[in-house]
Ligand binder design. Structure first.
Ligand code: FAD
Length: 106
């Protein structure tokens, strides 16, 4: 059966990791692909009310697909919108590369 939290964790992992390896200078086709991926993801996400809220949030905050760092920040902001809705602490988006690309410094 569908576990909403497990699905969420795995989905964020996919989304943030996809942004982390997105090109610094994507060509037009790569930018179009990313917009379509986000649009289709938001319509197919298998938690209906989550998907509806996500679509509204995306309509208010259109995807920033011009660079890797802009996209990573954009996903971080979208995730923080969900965090706020669920009463979870917000994540510091200055740390998004450390978390999802480079690994934590120790
Ligand atoms: P998660 O929120 O899943 O986060 C996983 C890890 O990501 C964290 O441990 C942290 O290291 C990192 N992280 C946290 N915040 C950020 C950030 N802002 N940027 C980058 N990294 C971060 N659940 C609901 O109950 N209701 C909903 O309406 C809902 N909508 C969702 C919409 C989408 C598009 C997605 C992908 C998920 C949604 N979820 C929703 C699931 C929810 O966001 C969480 O995944 C779930 O509650 C499990 O939370 P968690 O505490 O394990 O950590």
């Amino acid at each position: 059966p569908l576990d909403k939290n497990e699905l969420g964790r795995n989905s964020w992992s996919l989304l943030h990791t996809t942004a982390a390896v997105y090109p610094d200078k994507p060509n037009q086709g790569q930018q179009e692909d990313m917009k379509q991926f986000i649009s289709l993801f938001s319509r197919l996400y298998p938690c209906t009310y989550c998907a509806e809220d996500f679509q509204k949030d995306i309509a208010e905050h259109p995807p920033k697909v011009e660079t890797r760092s802009a996209l990573s920040r954009w996903f971080c902001d979208r995730h923080n919108t969900v965090n706020r809705k669920l009463g979870k602490p917000e994540f510091d988006c200055d740390l998004v590369d450390e978390r999802w690309r480079d690994g934590w410094k120790d």
